[in-house]
Design a protein around this ligand. Structure first.
Ligand SMILES: [Zn+2]
Length: 411
């Protein structure tokens, strides 16, 4: 029997609740989604809990699960963000999420350095590869005022506090980093990181980018604040272990970071904006191209989650229609024996404006997959499907089984 090929389309934060603004429909029920409904009508549907019912997950953890891993393999946000911006991590590295901030020598004036957009690449270069004692610092800019920091050396620990004073604490001093346990590793990490923060301030204070910014009346990006320390631990490379190849197409660094740590090919493009104006035709085209040389391709869209956070149910319905459009570009060009799956990493109900622990609707559809009686893709209809209610791990491994890579139990 021929091995199948699989495309998994992920609408971030898709799941929702009945919303008064939409006549008590969910955004997915309200939106017009002919392609998603077509797949639901022809395939098996169900409801998926990323980890377990009622357990809320972040996009990072949601994708750890969707990319086939056990949730215990979660390495922490720092390493995921570092991998997301393309820093190569090795076992034992300590990674942090950072902001460029504005510091006047005693207090943080702005935690986001006036939401700086330009020049962070040059500023980051001034800090990258700095060495203090036996620790080397890797530093790279991310979107806007965000950046990532990696400490590499012997005897380091992620058990250190945040230097970020957290919103809304502009106008207060930054927090000295202190060890969170009694180990010499945590003490060493905190001591050296505190030295780095001061040294970075000296480097950035008179950097030409900041001299220009101040001359133009902007806030200087002259300080680094850190949070979310995580120790890099290797995530299993499932593709190598089981024998399949995988590619992930996304605009969001977090998703790309989990993909890279998983050993999958991560594909990004400047037209992937992380919002409703993202280039869905290009996403579809790249997904089909990647499917030619890979067994499984994940294609991710962020806008659905963004609109959930914005408490914008009508906007979320528009984002869902863009997701439908993307799937519509893919369907006519699929190879024979292809399977298309629809899912999400978690729910982001508009009325809450945050992630929730509710399940998300899922579909698997294509050659060899039984249809159930469900005709539309939404939270209510998929609750009647033949996949019933399953975990993210069960859903993804059911798909991997169609690649004929999941080892048989027993004899
Ligand atoms: Zn998400």
């Amino acid at each position: 029997m021929m091995k199948k090929k699989i495309i998994v389309a992920i609408a971030d934060g898709l799941g929702d609740r009945p919303n008064r603004e939409l006549g008590n429909l969910t955004p997915l029920q309200y939106a017009t989604t002919p392609h998603l409904d077509f797949l639901a009508a022809k395939g098996s549907t169900g409801l998926m809990d990323p980890i377990a019912p009622g357990i809320t997950v972040g996009t990072d953890m949601g994708h750890i699960v969707l990319f086939g891993h056990d949730s215990t393999k979660y390495p922490g946000r720092g390493p995921i963000e570092a991998a997301g911006v393309g820093l190569d991590l090795i076992e034992g590295d300590i990674a942090f999420r950072c902001n460029f901030a504005t510091y006047d020598g005693s207090v943080i004036i702005d935690r986001r350095a006036g939401r700086i957009r330009k020049g962070t690449e040059d500023l980051a270069k001034a800090l990258n590869n700095m060495q203090i004692d036996d620790v080397v610092f890797k530093f790279k800019e991310a979107t806007e005022h965000r950046a990532v920091l990696v400490m590499r050396g012997e005897g380091l620990s992620a058990q250190v506090s945040d230097s970020d004073p957290k919103a809304p604490n502009d106008g207060k001093p930054y927090n000295e980093v202190y060890p969170l346990d009694d180990t010499p590793e945590a003490k060493k990490t905190a001591d050296i990181l505190n030295k780095f923060l001061q040294k970075a301030y000296c480097q950035l204070k008179y950097h030409p980018v900041n001299i220009d910014r101040v001359a133009q009346g902007n806030l200087a990006a002259n300080f680094i604040i850190t949070r979310g320390a995580g120790r890099m631990t290797q995530i299993p490379h499932l593709g190598d272990e089981l024998g399949f190849s995988c590619s992930v197409i996304a605009g969001e660094d977090t998703v790309l970071g989990v993909a890279r740590l998983s050993g999958y090919t991560a594909i990004q493009h400047k037209n992937f904006t992380g919002n409703v104006d993202t280039d869905v035709a290009l996403k579809a085209k790249l997904a089909l191209r990647e499917l030619e040389t890979n067994d499984i391709v994940f294609v991710h869209m962020k806008a659905t989650d963004v609109k959930g956070h914005d408490n914008d149910p009508k906007g979320k319905a528009v984002a869902i229609e863009k997701f439908d459009e993307m799937v519509g570009y893919i369907l006519p060009h699929l190879p024979q024996d292809a399977i298309v799956a629809l899912c999400a990493d978690h729910s982001t109900p508009c009325e809450k404006g945050e992630h929730s622990g509710e399940p998300v609707p899922v579909v698997m559809s294509g050659a060899g997959i039984l249809a159930d009686s469900v005709q539309t893709y939404d939270e209510e209809a998929c609750g009647k499907g033949r996949l019933n209610r399953l975990t993210g791990h069960q859903f993804i491994w059911s798909l991997l089984d169609y690649l004929e890579v999941v080892p048989k139990q027993g004899n």
